[in-house]
Ligand binder design. Sequence first.
Ligand code: UFG
Length: 335
Amino acid sequence: MKLLVTGGAGYVGSVCAKVLLEAGHSVTVLDNLTTGNREAVPAEATFVQGDVPDMASEILADGGYDGVVHFAARSLVGESMEVPEEYWRDNVVATLGLLEAMRRHEVTNLVFSSTAATYGEPEQVPITEDMATNPTNPYGATKLAIDYAITSYAQAHGIGATSLRYFNVAGAYGEVGENRDVETHLIPLILQVALGHRDKIFIFGEDWPTPDGTCVRDYIHVRDLAHAHELALETNRPGSHRIYNLGSGDGYSVREVIDMCRTVTGHPIPAEVAPRRAGDPATLIASSRKIMEELGWDPQYTDLETIVTDAWAFTSQLGDRAHSARRARTVTPSR
Ligand code: UFG
């Protein structure tokens, strides 16, 4: 297939672009590089720097595209509470434009990067796709709004789409992994402590209703996640919008994740308990039975040790180079 991958310079997008290329697809990456890294885009992909939807429309106008994998989005929960207008504009308005461009240029195959944040605080775990969606922050709300829009486009205009609701994506695939200017995610932050770039990791609350009092999350390896996109693209049918959760089905507490990082890195990783982070649910665990049964998704890297080992291999080779580059960018005076 000839595919447009929006946000393909970001963490999940770049791994997915790599996996799709390896599967024999042709890939054009569109990314405005606001948060993405140009060097993460696989060399075999065509790269276009620009925004969704305008540049996406221009690319699709060239013709011959079979599908779109849409990652480009703002995706920080905390930031979305502070500047919701940017999330509604860059996530919802931009995606509506992308859907229009797909309709105009008769591209009917779409895979959309959705999130567990559409569910909010779940009534029970594991979370299945038929459970209530009550997002607790604008990030989750904008992703849910897009899911509704996609359903309408599928019904009215024959788009064949799949929304994949990611739980906690982690790990790396060789030279592509998590490398953000502003990092808020647990595993990369812990590994920065192991590298000596941070003194300690803060544990956001130890009074949660969980076995050890710290939050429990379902960590999914980015390679398994990327493979699900490939399956979705291959099985999308015009007029149908499917929604699948993507997780490993196992929950690990913050303390368990820190312990695993200590084991993998051999570093003591000092940790200090801090207040709870606003908006965090206590426990998020996915049921991914639906995608396993319907698409035959068969995750290969489900144990936390593999996830952390791959993340550490990536982070440690990136190491000081990325840290210095980040510091240099930070001190560059703005004009
Ligand atoms: N945490 C800490 N210390 C840190 C960072 C995180 O204790 O320095 C804790 C958080 O409180 C949370 C867990 O580690 O309990 C995981 O936090 P992350 O920030 O890594 O991930 P989230 O669970 O907050 O976010 C994930 C996805 C989001 C998605 C969200 C749904 O990354 O895209 O789940 O709630 F929206």
